[in-house]
Design a protein around this ligand. Structure first.
Ligand SMILES: [Cu+2]
Length: 666
């Protein structure tokens, strides 16, 4: 069973335990003497099952259970034990006819167990990982307050119903004064804990984590504004100049529907940017009328930091009437894309994206077919209006391909959710992932591929003399068809693709040497992804959190140039988070403790599904301040799942947007 399923099962058992303890309290309060013992036993049993589910989760990692083991279960265990000790003997006495009903003490203690169970689940959903002393104290005070209130309702001091008839006796008076003493003590504990917990929550948080490496040095500061791209192409290369004007436009979808899009140059996707390795790419971004402002971010392309397009960190967002010139040398070959990084959860969805493809310079070998015979298609997959489009609005669902021609399909997921890709009608290879070539990729067929948000796959094959179908999200009607010229066989019959197994890229291709030893990491950062109440951009929100915090309060990760850096990314939540680091590809080391055994897998986005734990590594060779975030763009921009990786000695003069609070810029 996957960790994600254990998380869900644990939530269900937690809900059942809450229901069982409250049911026990109600039956006891209503003096359903025959039913009450059974319900109480059920509550105890469900609680024991809960211990089992938490133990299972603990085996998957401390991150998944910390607040349950340190607070939820001990609280419930203590309250439940008291409840059984107080209510149990009374129920037995009633059954044996030696008493008329349960006492108030018993009822209150059983309800308190219910509050403890409820509080434990609430902490899991609102606080998550890591549990703070502040949250623990506030929770305990709330449970105490609940118990005291219940006591007042069930056994008002004036009537003293619980021990009715004995109030005149000395023991009765002692019982009353004891209860008063307990009430005052409980109240004092609740108030003190609440006060201390609230006070602690105002303590300032760390603004930087060092990951076990040294802290900031006194090295001379360099500004990201000075970390700009090369002014000249490599020998043999040319300068590729382009102007992109961002503007609103009405775009007609293949369905005939017109949508109000935000575009680069009035097109969706924006103009395809192509280059040959070593060329200098120079793009002048002009903003005509996008009031929110925008930038260009070169997704997966390791440009110098000043060209990265992160508003508030590497530049200011480009406002209407303004412009910004991006310049970088196209040294990396492969399939990439560009998009705005400002309010991108709206901008990219509305159309502010385009493709970037860089071809190798060394040209083609003599035995390779000429460009005319090759089929090379760049296919950004984007959802407009709930319809998945391939290659934008000019959705050519049919494309001619001569039999024997080498075909390369460059798939780019420009959405915020993963897509499932199936290629039917031919065996094929995944020659590159996120623009980087794989080592000895084997031929596969009848498999599903999961393309994370922001990710790219290059699929290559030799065109057969029959139709080849590219199927996205198992939709047999949509997608793309490659058809030999003259083929009149009509629509290819495609079998249902939803049952095809998913190819695991961690076991695809052959191992090869990597340029550093990931075991010798200089710094190690753990990011636990969850949902919880946190501040996002100065406002409290039910945020997508990293280590319990939201942007911009998540501490920066400090690295030194040359460091080998490891990330452990843990997903405690019930949603997938496509993790994306700017400026560096990361090498996948393992998923859920199982090492990557195929080709070295260098990616810029990896999908961390619910319950998964990924370990990745990279070498810090590109100085700057880099966004490190979830590429589900609403998670990042509205939800706060976004932080910065900061090189020692690099500063930014910019603020706002991704920049965070004043002082973080130093
Ligand atoms: Cu996310």
């Amino acid at each position: 069973m996957t960790t994600g399923l254990w998380i869900i099962l644990d939530h269900v058992v937690a809900l059942l335990s809450i229901a069982a303890w409250f049911a026990a309290g109600v039956t006891l309060a209503l003096r359903r003497i025959r039913l009450a013992p059974a319900v109480l036993v059920a509550a105890v049993l469900v609680t024991l099952v809960r211990v089992g589910t938490v133990a299972m989760l603990a085996g998957r990692g401390w991150w998944f259970v910390q607040e349950k083991v340190l607070l939820g279960l001990p609280m419930l265990g203590a309250a439940g034990a008291v409840a059984v000790l107080l209510a149990g003997p009374q129920l037995l006495a009633v059954r044996r006819g030696r008493a008329a009903g349960g006492s108030a003490r018993g009822v209150v203690s059983v309800f308190t167990a219910g509050y403890s169970a409820l509080a434990g689940l609430v902490v899991t959903f609102l606080v998550g990982y890591p549990l703070t002393l502040s949250a623990a104290l506030i929770t305990i005070s709330l449970v105490c307050a609940g118990a005291l209130l219940t006591a007042r309702v069930i056994a008002p001091p004036a009537e003293n119903t619980a021990d009715a008839g004995v109030a005149q006796a000395p023991e009765g008076r002692r019982a009353i004064s004891r209860r008063r003493f307990l009430g005052w003590t409980g109240g004092a504990v609740a108030v003190t804990a609440a006060g201390a917990g609230t006070g602690l929550s105002f303590l300032p948080a760390e603004s930087v984590t060092r990951g076990g490496g040294p802290g900031r040095s006194s090295r001379t500061a360099v500004s990201v504004a000075d970390l700009r791209g090369s002014g000249s192409p490599a020998p043999g290369g040319i300068v590729r100049r382009q102007v992109l004007t961002a503007k609103k436009a009405t775009v007609r979808l293949p369905s005939g529907r017109e949508i109000d899009a935000w575009t680069y140059d009035g097109e969706v996707p924006g103009p395809a940017i192509t280059a040959t390795q070593g060329d200098l790419v120079e793009v002048r971004l002009r903003n005509a009328d996008i009031e929110d402002g925008l930038t260009l971010h070169w997704h997966g392309y390791d440009v110098p930091c000043g060209e990265d397009g992160a508003p508030g960190v590497t530049q200011l967002a480009v406002a209407p009437g303004e412009e910004f010139v991006y310049r970088f040398r196209a040294d990396q070959v492969g399939t990439y894309w560009y998009h705005t990084h400002h309010a991108s959860h709206i901008g990219v969805r509305k159309g502010l994206y385009g493709t970037l493809v860089v071809e190798p310079r060394d040209g083609q070998r003599a035995d390779e077919p000429s460009a005319a015979e090759r089929v090379d298609l760049t296919l950004p997959v984007h959802t407009f209006d709930g319809v998945v489009l391939i290659a934008g609005r000019d959705d050519r669902t049919e494309h001619p391909a001569p039999p024997g021609a080498p075909v390369r399909l460059r798939l780019i997921n420009t959405d915020s959710d993963p897509h499932r890709i199936v290629l039917a009608g031919t065996p094929f290879r995944i020659s590159a992932v996120d623009g980087r070539d794989l080592n000895q990729p084997g031929e596969v067929s009848d498999v599903g591929l999961r393309l994370p948000a922001g990710g790219r796959f290059d699929l290559v094959f030799v065109m057969p003399d029959t139709v080849v179908a590219l199927v996205v999200d198992d939709d047999l009607v949509g997608g793309l068809r490659l058809r030999p010229p003259g083929d009149t066989s009509g629509a290819a019959r495609i079998e249902d693709t939803s049952d095809l197994p998913e190819l695991d890229l961690l076991r695809y291709g052959a191992p090869a040497a990597v340029p550093f030893d990931p075991r010798k990491a200089d710094r190690h950062f753990t990011m636990v992804l969850d949902r919880g109440v946190a501040m996002v951009d100065g406002r409290p929100a039910y945020a997508h959190t990293v280590n319990g915090r939201g942007h911009p309060s998540i501490p920066d990760q400090l690295v030194t140039e040359g460091d080998i850096v490891r990330f452990t990314v843990v997903n405690r939540s019930l949603e997938t988070h496509p993790w994306h680091l700017h400026g560096h590809p990361v090498l996948i080391l393992s998923r859920d403790g199982t090492p990557s055994t195929g080709s070295p897998l260098w990616v810029d986005t990896f999908d961390v599904r619910p319950g998964e734990t990924w370990k990745v590594a990279f070498r810090a060779t590109n100085p700057g301040i880099w966004m490190n975030h979830c590429h589900n763009l609403p998670h990042a921009h509205q939800g706060g799942m976004m932080l910065r990786l900061r090189y020692d000695g690099v500063t930014t003069p910019f603020g706002g947007s991704h920049g965070g609070s004043p002082g973080h810029g130093h």
